[in-house]
Design a protein around this ligand. Sequence first.
Ligand code: ADP
Ligand code: ZN
Length: 743
Amino acid sequence: MIVGVQPLAGFDKLLHYRVPPMLHDAVQAGSLVRVPILNRQHLALVLEINAISDVPLARLKNLTEVLHDYPALTPDLLQLARWMHVYYAARMESVLEAMIPGAVRDGARLKQDKYLGLARPATPDEFAQLTKKAPQQAKLYEFLTQQFKPVKKSLVLARLGTAAAAVSALIKRGLVHEELRHVERVAYADNWTGGEIVTAQPPKLNEEQAAVVQSVHESLEKKKFAVHLLHGVTGSGKTEVYLRAVEEVLAAGGSAIYLVPEVALTPQTVARLRGRFEAAGHRTVVWHSHLGEGERLDGWTALASGKARVVVGARSAVFAPVRDLRLIVVDEEHEPAYKQDETPRYHGRDVAVYRAKLAHTVCLLGSATPSLESVLNVRAGKYKINLLTKRVDDKKMPDIQIVDMRIEIMRQRGLVTLSRLLVDHMQGRFERREQTILFINRRGYSSSMQCRKCGHVEQCPHCSVSMTYHRSDETLKCHMCAHQRSAPLTCPACSAPDIRWRGLGTQRVEEAVRRVLPRARLERMDTDTMSKKHRFREILAEFRAGKIDVLIGTQMIAKGLDFPNVTLVGLVDADLSMHVPDFRANERTFQLLVQVAGRAGRGDRAGEVVVQTFTPKADAIQFAKRSDFDGFADAELLMRKTFAYPPYRHLIHHLFRGANPEKILFYAEHWVKLVEKTLGTAVEIRGPSASPIEKAKDEYRFQVWYFCASATKVVPELVRLQKEFTWPEGLTQVLDVDAMSLV
Ligand code: ADP
Ligand code: ZN
């Protein structure tokens, strides 16, 4: 028997091995194995079984070992890997590395333990000799004769107090042999119920929810591929619908994958899930970036071996090796965080849909602000739409008020952080002991510094992006390459003394709030706080307990938070997300407004939202004010159609970077000509042009955009041309299929 394997360590090539008879039963497609390459053992994944090789059988090496008695990748995952390899123009090796967690790959190495067993019985003479001359060896030998199977070396040594030298001597005599073995870890069994678990009684579904659950149930029953888009306003009880669908799958003996954009940001959702399923006796694997290696390995093993059947996690959980997959839930399906920004540059939602297709199962996408991609798929009849139009218990949607900051600046005579309306509302909330959340777009004291006289903006010398001013240590920092310098007191360009800060940061808003509400308890949550994960959880707990009056944070915290006592939400600078060079800026702004507004009035009292903007007439702001999703989608889709942007065409980004800008541009232009000539009208090319971030880490960046009707046709052609083209040294080029960020 011959197998084709893909090594997982720097060899981007399919290799063939012979399978020794004793491993015939153990090996299957998707098995993780160990193989010899150049006299060293490497991890590899079996892609083909019963393969045919050009190399004569006699010259093939033997597979060394099969690591688990279940496959690391199930058949649908193997197919998915092949699809990702082609669709996202990613090397097979990098696809497999994304699919099989590092902990599993490393763990396979770490988990090895030394075991001792009897090699042959000693003759009576030998044993008599041992007893007399080497009592330690005799004792060990005797112990081993009493065992039925090899025992862990470290345990034996500790138990008998034997020296390692005695073991070596016995091995030398040929009486004992030592071997490496894999042991399955069961560590989780003791502590898997650890952590906060909310075990509330499931609520009775309202009519709309019941209708959606029924609709999903009908698809689940058919055991066929189907995609549902659950479009439910904020607070309409989407999570409850997901939970019911997962419950149904578990009851039927199947498995479910539940994706969230970022686990650390959705502690409440995770607690609800675990509460529901663990109370019902199902171990719920939580998959996130803060997990330790051991925890990761245990979670993965539990899923792969079928001991756990539900996993909650961020995008990479879409690769969970669950048995009998019946459902993939993608919560907040519109979130850009689902796109991975390093190779393989896959989109978690799109991969979820494709995996569901391969597994003939149901994919349930949900959002209060579905992506235009999904909306178009509904309109084209590819996805089923399910609506939740009302908040649970008929709670009112919050009232959104727009403040025109241009007028505010004239009124207050100068730069304004908080408008009078917002301040009045906040003071009212404070007196009534209700809570406020203020959202800002960026981190730091303020985003960049700009001279009020000459307009100079300080840039990073390596990255050509504006530097961020950090008040705590009076520095300017580059967020791309971490370059920093002390903040100048006068303008570096014109020497004017009154250099000022443009844009708003969480610290600056905090100061403004302190001035108007000196007695209020404030807390700040931004990327700095986020990096301390315990602090993040603490703040949320304190806020929930009412120990904080005003919570200030970046939009990162807008997702999934559910605080009943929050009756006011302020968006301090709605414009920042709108003035970026990206055709999705309107969509992002609309989503931000609706999601942010969704945090208000989730309890018994109605909520209010104050949005500060310099462009109050903008579509995104007007449609959000009226909570008119369909109106927004119609207007925005029309624009996309006019310009033939996604979702009407696929968009592929091609980045070229290197130290020598003339050389990079020269080759990029040359390349574009080749693509034009070869692909003709199948693709519309824009560029090469300088990337918005012209320079990063001392490399110059140029980009080319491809618009095409079919990525499946164009990408393989680009990859083929990439291989033919003679690339110069010092040029790196990267394809990003269905690029989400235009910067
Ligand atoms: P969404 O995800 O749509 O924003 P959630 O799922 O977070 O909304 O639901 C909002 C709140 O309503 C949660 O506290 C949830 O427990 C509660 N809830 C959901 N469904 C019901 C129901 N049928 N009856 C009562 N409360 C419900
Ligand atoms: Zn930099």
